[in-house]
Design a binder for this molecule. Structure first.
Ligand code: ZN
Length: 202
């Protein structure tokens, strides 16, 4: 399965000159929601991710995703694994699990995102599920931005990765892009102007 091709065809992997929310510039931008626009593609990706997790032999009771980004990916993954799905959401800035979802003591939880950058939201969702009695058995995402180490990749974790070392992290592919300070951006030097993803209809 050529993950990069699937992302490109879905216009989820954009090429241009982007101004990121961090203020840095990049040639690439991952619009991860776009790849889930077609439910058939979402299903295909989730089935591939489920196969990796099953091949590893991970035991799971429930998939839990941080809203909003992780919900579609997590729901499709739960379907592919034949497991229950719950989500965590931010209320007043704090991650919570509500809406009547419960977590039983010792319940094995896999936390799923659409994309893991440093894994901050995934870790917050994991902490909430754990505080309710769950055991975090692993993390999953469709795409890894290259800051965390996923099972089966040679790419090492960067110090900014927030995922714990003692839980496996599964993702379909690494999308590691160079990012530049505006003062040192080769695209700026070529004379083009960086724009915010979304501001031109993407
Ligand atoms: Zn630039």
């Amino acid at each position: 399965m050529q993950i990069e091709t699937i992302y490109k065809e879905a216009n989820a992997l954009l090429e241009g000159h982007f101004l990121l929310s961090s203020g840095k510039h990049s040639r690439f931008y991952l619009q991860s929601a776009k790849v889930l626009e077609d439910p058939k593609v979402a299903e295909e990706l989730a089935v591939a991710l489920a196969k990796m997790i099953q091949a590893y032999g991970l035991e799971i009771d429930t998939v839990c995703s941080p809203a909003l980004g992780g919900v579609l990916a997590g729901y499709e993954l739960a379907r592919a694994l034949g497991k229950r799905f719950i989500f965590a959401e931010r209320v007043g800035g704090e991650m919570t699990i509500r809406r009547g979802f419960d977590v039983k003591k010792g319940e094995k939880i896999l936390v799923c995102e659409d994309i893991i950058t440093t894994g901050g939201s995934a870790l917050e969702a994991a902490n909430v599920a754990q505080s309710m009695g769950g055991i975090i058995v692993g993390f999953a995402a469709l795409a890894n931005r290259g800051f965390c180490k996923r099972v089966g990749s040679d790419l090492e974790a960067k110090p900014t990765c927030k995922l714990p070392n003692d839980a496996p992290f599964f993702a379909l592919a690494d999308f590691e892009f160079d990012i530049y300070d505006p003062s040192d951006c080769p695209l700026c030097k070529e004379g083009s102007i960086a724009y915010k993803p979304g501001s031109r209809g993407n």
